[in-house]
Ligand binder design. Structure first.
Ligand SMILES: CC(C)(COP(=O)(O)OP(=O)(O)OC[C@H]1O[C@@H](n2cnc3c(N)ncnc32)[C@H](O)[C@@H]1OP(=O)(O)O)[C@@H](O)C(=O)NCCC(=O)NCCS
Length: 119
């Protein structure tokens, strides 16, 4: 995971996935023929009908080959099969084409409060 995060210029944190996955409904990992992790998305869950897409990532060298769309599509299918009724995601404006056009999310009203200080 650290290698995958660093491959797209992200800031990797040791122990992050070990901590986070305990709160996950599930996750999708994409690997190449040699087993290298090239794509990932995590589905957090409220224990009921709401699931939340987090940490969508595609390895820097493998972007724009449909991997991100594929891992999100599988996450959608599996969250639905698990009984979830809603899948949420939030993202920066530059990712509208990915989430809305490629992955099929529709725009909605949402709210956000930054609880922590920082950039
Ligand atoms: C966002 C991300 C997961 C997309 O993964 P990907 O495997 O390249 O996505 P796809 O190949 O399925 O892209 C399908 C389409 O979505 C759009 N798209 C993909 N990445 C995009 C980006 N970074 N910005 C805007 N649109 C994007 C494009 O229209 C793309 O079609 P194209 O390749 O013909 O241009 C990848 O860019 C990434 O890991 N970024 C860094 C981490 C990040 O920002 N994650 C999102 C957290 S909310």
């Amino acid at each position: 995971m650290i290698d995958l995060v660093q491959s797209h210029g992200g800031a990797a944190e040791t122990g992050w996935w070990h901590r986070v996955k305990r709160h996950s409904l599930g996750w999708v990992a994409a690997r190449d023929a040699a087993g290298l992790l090239v794509g990932f998305v995590n589905v957090a869950w409220d224990g009921g009908v709401h699931a939340f897409l987090l940490d969508t990532k595609t390895r820097g060298t493998h972007q724009h080959h449909g991997i991100g769309t594929a891992v999100v599509r599988l996450a959608v299918e599996r969250a639905r099969a698990a009984g979830c009724e809603w899948l949420h995601v939030d993202f920066e404006p530059g990712l509208r084409r990915f989430y809305l056009d490629a992955c099929g999310f529709r725009p909605t009203e949402a709210g956000l409060i930054r609880l922590a200080e920082g950039p």
